[in-house]
Every structure is written in C-alpha cells, then in structure tokens.
Design a protein around this ligand. Structure first.
Ligand code: AMP
Ligand code: GLY
Length: 420
C-alpha cells in the first residue's frame, strides 16, 4: 500500500514509525513531515491545509490511504476532498469533524444520545453569558465554541475570571469567529483520562487510553500547552471504567452520528473526567492526541495500517488489536519560551545516541539547518520509553533526556506523577 500521513508533529512521526513496520506498506510519504519522519518516510513539502495540493499529490502518486494527524485538515474537509478523488482517507468527514470543531455541536450530540457530560448552556450574547455566570457562581467553565488550538477553555475559579473569559472571547474577539459563541458549563471534578477509539462509522474498538500533562510546569502549574508528557495505560482507568465509557459515551455518539447521516470514521478521542458518578465527557477530538499517540504507538503490537484500512472499509465489527502489557511514558522537550514564543534555531546534539534499548525519540519542531539538528517550534521532541512498570519507563525516558545536549530546551520533571 502507498500511504500519505499529513502533519509535522511528534504524533505524525509516531504514526509514520508505526506504519513503517507494516508488512503491507509499499511506500510512505509525510506532508510536510519533519527530520524524524524523514527517517521512515519521504517528506513532501505541502502544508496540512493545502487540500488541493495534497489531493493532486495523492492522485499523481497513486496513494491508497491518507492518514491525517491533526484536526485542522479534518475540519477543513480533507476526507471529503480525498474521497471525491477516489482516495481512502482514515478520518471523519468535515461534517463529522464538527465533534471537535464545535462545542455546541458536541453538546447537542450528547443531549440527543444521553451521554453523561457537564450541564451546559449556549450563549451568543456576552451580557446574557455574564448574567448566567453571576447567577451560577464559580467554579465554572467558559469554552469558545470553535477551534482554538487549546486556548479556548477557561476553568474559572472565580466569577471575575469567567467574566474576563467572556469579554476576551466574545467582545475582544481574541479567538476570532471561534469565540463568538460560547458554552458555559458546570465544573467537573475528578481524574482526567484520554480514551481513544478507532471507528468505522458503525463499530468502535478501543485504541488505548492515556493520561496527558497539560500545564507547562511541574505539579500542574503555569499555562496550558498542547501536552507536556503522557503515559499509557493509566492505572486509574480500570477495565470496568473503560467498558462503561465505551458503552455510555463512545458508542452512543457513534450511533447518533450515523442517525444524523454523518457517520464518524477515524479516531475518536474522548477526553473524560472520572467523576464520583462515573466517567463524563469533557470533550471529543477527532484524531489522536499529541503526545498520547506516541505512547500508544509504542504499545501497539498489531499492524496499524491493517487497522486503519479496516476502519475505512467498515470492517471493525470483528477486529481485534493486540497491545504490549508494558506501559509506555513520553516526556516532551520544549524550547524555552513555550507555550509563548519559543526560541528557534538552537542546536540539539546527542538525539541519535540517546535512543535505543527501550527508548524511542519522536521529532516535532525540529529541522536540519546546515547539516545540524536545530529547534524550529515549541514542542520539539517526545522522548519515550517502555518498561516493566511506569517508574521504569519514566527513569529510562529521563535517562535519555540527560544524554541530549540542548541547553535551550526544557521539560517537566514529573511526568507520570499521578500514576506513581
Ligand atoms: P482543551 O479543550 O483540551 O483545551 O481542555 C481544556 C481542559 O480544561 C481540559 O483538559 C480539562 O482539564 C479542563 N476542563 C474542560 N472542561 C471542564 C469541565 N467541565 N470541568 C472541569 N475541567 C474542565
Ligand atoms: N494532548 C492533547 C491533545 O492532543 O489534544
């Protein structure tokens, strides 16, 4: 098979790395890719939102399967565009990607399918939104309706904070059109888990679960990021909870999407809060998480390409995945300044030497400049390891980080703390 992965992050490097092991693979490309994907695939200089060029490339090169990594091309309709050209694409249509593209849409799906989630209201008017938070009091959660790259959610500890978010999103237009409508919802309490399901429109199978670390600083302090580290499986997420979440959240959502005539195919990422009343949905994403994908790919023993193809063909009804019993843990190395403006083009040495023996290093914001590996983004590497338990995996990952010579980089020192 000839496969095109779309994206340039650590998630896409991990996807390429997993696909490259498939005996079914003939040729692998990554658009636009990074120096890590270049080790296992051929990079193609096309941006993730240049759907026209991606379709042209896929057609000209007889691509059999497209695997989009992130949500921007999915919400923009990459699956519809590829399918119109007769090319299979393992992701939801633009209509089904609204499960990530619009919080109001997701809440309406939850309501229709009786999916447990935080109580909510929709507001298009800032004065009405303010009136609501004053009446309800804090803590309360304010969410921009549209895509905001992780900057559209404020968990407000006080009414004043919630009012600031309403002004920011709805009046100052900090997120553009994405913030014109907001969802204001009840604050849920519990442990957060990310559950991944592979879906073929009618069936869903578990693609593993993980816990992420969203805040930039140790002890979950500082601003939100795309994710600073992850591990899988989360010990708190028992098989009974997983079963419950599939039965009460993932499968009802799938059924509701099919009933609406917009079946969901691809990877459904359910962000869950494990509350006293059981798992509740915080949000859906329509793709793998980054860095969750990296640790899941390290644990996946089955052929990823076969599984993605089965999802495209609607054949997950009798499909099974095999997983390594060993946990995996990944630590993100970011460039100083992240999640604000990161310092760029600083030299990184020792990456190749730090890998091996249970350690796998995925690239994200890196590039080769004059033959030297340099940083080119905020999140730069995900240093991953497997081990007999999470502590062993963690120690191996941090030992590898000590072998990487990059003074302008930093990482959290406490990845895995909840599990340990
Ligand atoms: P994201 O939408 O991925 O930026 O997520 C924002 C984060 O806000 C989530 O990971 C949760 O930690 C938190 N969050 C979102 N909704 C709620 C809620 N209803 N109650 C408590 N925390 C929430
Ligand atoms: N790590 C969280 C995400 O990818 O959305």
């Amino acid at each position: 098979m000839r496969v095109l992965v779309v994206g340039a992050g650590g998630r896409e490097h991990a996807l390429c790395w997993a696909l490259a092991r498939s005996p079914l693979l003939g040729k692998l490309w990554c658009a636009p890719g990074n120096p890590g994907t270049a080790e296992v695939a051929e990079n193609v200089a096309i941006g993730v939102l240049d759907l026209y060029a991606l379709v042209q490339f896929a057609r000209a090169n007889h691509v059999d399967l497209v695997v989009p990594g992130g949500e921007p091309p999915l919400v923009a309709g990459i699956t519809d565009a590829m399918e119109a050209a007769g090319i299979a694409c393992c992701g939801p249509s633009a209509a089904a990607a609204q499960l990530e593209g619009s919080k109001v849409f997701t809440k309406e799906v939850c309501e229709a399918a009786s999916i447990p989630t935080a109580a909510w209201e929709r507001f298009d008017d800032a004065a009405a939104a303010r009136e609501f938070v004053r009446r309800r009091g804090a803590p309360i959660v304010v969410k921009a309706d549209g895509l905001a790259a992780g900057k559209g959610v404020v968990v407000a500890a006080t009414v004043a904070e919630a009012e600031d978010a309403i002004r920011d999103f709805m009046e100052d237009g900090r997120l553009g059109a994405a913030g014109a409508t907001v969802v204001i919802e009840e604050c849920l309490v519990g442990e957060e888990v990310s559950l991944f399901a592979l879906c073929d429109g009618r069936h869903a199978i578990v693609l593993g679960a993980a816990q992420d670390h969203k805040r930039v600083g140790d002890g979950d302090t500082g601003p939100n990021t795309g994710g600073m580290g992850a591990y899988s499986p989360p010990p708190c997420f028992t098989p009974a909870l997983e079963h419950d979440a599939m039965a009460r959240i993932v499968r009802p959502a799938l059924a509701e999407m099919a009933r609406r005539g917009t079946p969901f195919r691809g990877i459904l990422f359910a962000g869950l809060m494990l509350t006293e009343d059981g798992p509740k949905l915080i949000e859906f994403n329509v793709r793998f998480g980054d860095p969750e994908c990296q640790v899941l790919m390290l644990r996946l023993k089955s052929d990823l390409l076969l599984a993605l193809q089965a999802a495209c063909d609607g054949e997950l009804g009798h499909f099974d995945l095999r997983w390594s019993p060993e946990p995996a843990l990944g630590v993100v190395m970011a460039a100083q300044g992240y999640p604000g403006t990161p310092v760029k083009h600083t030299h990184i040495n020792g990456v190749a030497e730090a890998g091996g023996a249970g350690v796998t290093i995925f690239h994200a914001g890196t590039e080769i400049l004059d033959g030297q590996l340099v940083s080119s983004g905020g999140r730069v590497l995900t240093v991953c390891a497997t081990g007999a338990d999470i502590a062993v995996a963690r120690d191996a990952a941090y030992a590898a980080i000590r072998r990487i010579d990059w003074p302008e980089g930093f990482c959290r020192r406490d990845i895995g703390w909840r599990a340990l």
